[in-house]
Write a protein that binds this ligand. Structure first.
Ligand code: ATP
Ligand code: MG
Length: 394
């Protein structure tokens, strides 16, 4: 068994000693069977939340209404969730209420895909009532039970399915694919935040091209914020990304560049992403547009900042199909060699100007500082107080 599981075995043992069942479940078991890295494990148990709390001295209620208790054990936090079935689904989203149960099998049955419905006990024995292991071997994504029913219950599973295609490169089993296509319109009932969380993971997947192609072929983009009109552009991203690896913000910038919506801010806001991310994506796009007109000059790199410049150059090269080799080092070296890297590094301040000219503060200071900044950057004058004074001749 993997080290991460071994460390958590005492938790299963303590729960069992108290007279309940406990297993490893979910993504960690799936990733372990795939031989992938795992960093946290999820535990499912027949013990009710209150019963879990009674067993462990240190717990936190994180999602007690869903049956999840955080157990703190030897410096690590473990999510321990009571076996449950999801009650009635209303409006194709969250179930009305969950019902706690004592049967592992019933708990596995409510999970989305067969590969996510595998449990492992403390000895490493696999409990796999829906043949998830076989699907992992065959690289196939298949819902637990009838796909039409499962996607109607919770349409987010459609996005999760495409996200797993992106992460794992698997194929959709036929009936699962057909249902995915048929019920994609139900995605409009799902909270954008939940869709965005899955879409972010999708963008970072190794098999992004495949996932985006599937997304468009199944017409899922019609039911995602702002993307309905952009089939061609999404396909273009899929095509361009086959050769390169871009980070999430870079991909959004590429998408934004290609879609070129009337209002970039509105386009990104519709996804309810953090404001900071929106700003970063727009900065990258703006830098790509500048980069199309000219190669990096010292002043352009100074104004853009190294981080955004590298991201923009990646997007630019992706668009123009130029290989990535060597460019970050070149930009880094150019950045290092700049006379200054920000306004604070300037050898003089507005206060110096007020003294030299014996004038009160005002808009003239900002203007003059900008001129000095540009002159220093372009090496018309050295970044040195005396030299700048000489150059200004106040
Ligand atoms: P990741 O490795 O990205 O965390 P994951 O499969 O663990 O992927 P989680 O969102 O952490 O995804 O969910 C944990 C488990 O809960 C899943 O493996 C699955 O069994 C179940 N699950 C999560 N979301 C749903 C859903 N919408 N419908 C049914 N089961 C779900
Ligand atoms: Mg998980």
């Amino acid at each position: 068994m993997h080290q991460v599981f071994l460390k958590a075995v005492p938790i299963l043992e303590k729960i069992e000693k108290a007279g309940y069942e406990a297993y490893f479940v979910g993504g960690s078991v799936r990733d372990y069977l795939l031989g992938k890295d795992i960093d946290d494990v999820d535990i499912a148990t027949s013990a009710l939340p209150e019963e879990v709390k009674a067993i462990f001295p240190k717990t936190v209620d994180v999602g007690i209404e869903h049956g999840t208790i955080l157990v703190l054990y030897k410096g690590t936090a473990y999510e321990v969730t009571t076996f449950r079935t999801d009650g009635e689904y209303k409006d194709f989203r969250h179930p009305e209420r969950v019902t706690f149960i004592r049967s592992l099998h019933e708990d596995l049955k409510r999970r989305d895909f067969t590969m996510n419905a595998i449990a492992m006990d403390k000895t490493g024995k696999i409990i796999d009532p829906f043949n998830g292991k076989q699907d992992l071997t065959d690289k196939r994504i298949r819902t637990v039970g009838k796909a039409e029913e499962r996607f109607q219950e919770d349409a987010l599973r459609i996005m999760r399915g495409v996200r797993f295609v992106s992460q794992l490169g698997f194929e959709m089993e036929e009936a699962t694919y057909r249902a995915l296509e048929e019920y994609a319109p139900l995605l409009i009932h799902i909270a954008v935040e939940r869709i965005y969380a899955e879409f972010s993971k999708l963008l970072e997947g190794e098999f992004l091209s495949k996932a985006l192609t599937l997304l468009v072929d199944a017409r899922i983009h019609h039911y995602l914020p702002e993307l309905a009109e952009y089939e061609k552009e999404i396909k273009k991203v899929a095509e361009l990304c086959e050769a390169t690896r871009l980070g999430e913000e870079e991909l959004w910038a590429l998408l934004l560049y290609l879609c070129n919506p009337k209002n970039d801010e509105k386009f990104l806001r519709a996804w309810k992403m953090p404001v900071k991310k929106i700003r970063e994506i727009r900065d990258i796009k703006a830098a790509v547009l500048r980069r199309e007109k000219e190669d990096w000059s010292e002043e352009m790199l100074y104004r853009t900042g190294l981080k955004i410049a590298i991201q923009a150059e990646k997007v630019y090269r992706t668009l123009k199909r130029i290989p990535f080799s060597g460019f970050p080092q070149k930009l880094e070296a150019l950045y290092e060699s700049l006379a200054i890297h920000n306004r604070k590094e300037l050898a003089i301040t507005g206060y110096d100007l007020m003294q030299w000219y014996n004038k009160k503060s005002g808009p003239w200071i900002k203007e003059m500082l900008e001129n000095i900044e540009r002159a220093v950057l372009n090496r018309e004058v050295e970044n040195d107080k005396a030299r700048i004074k000489e150059w200004l001749q106040p």
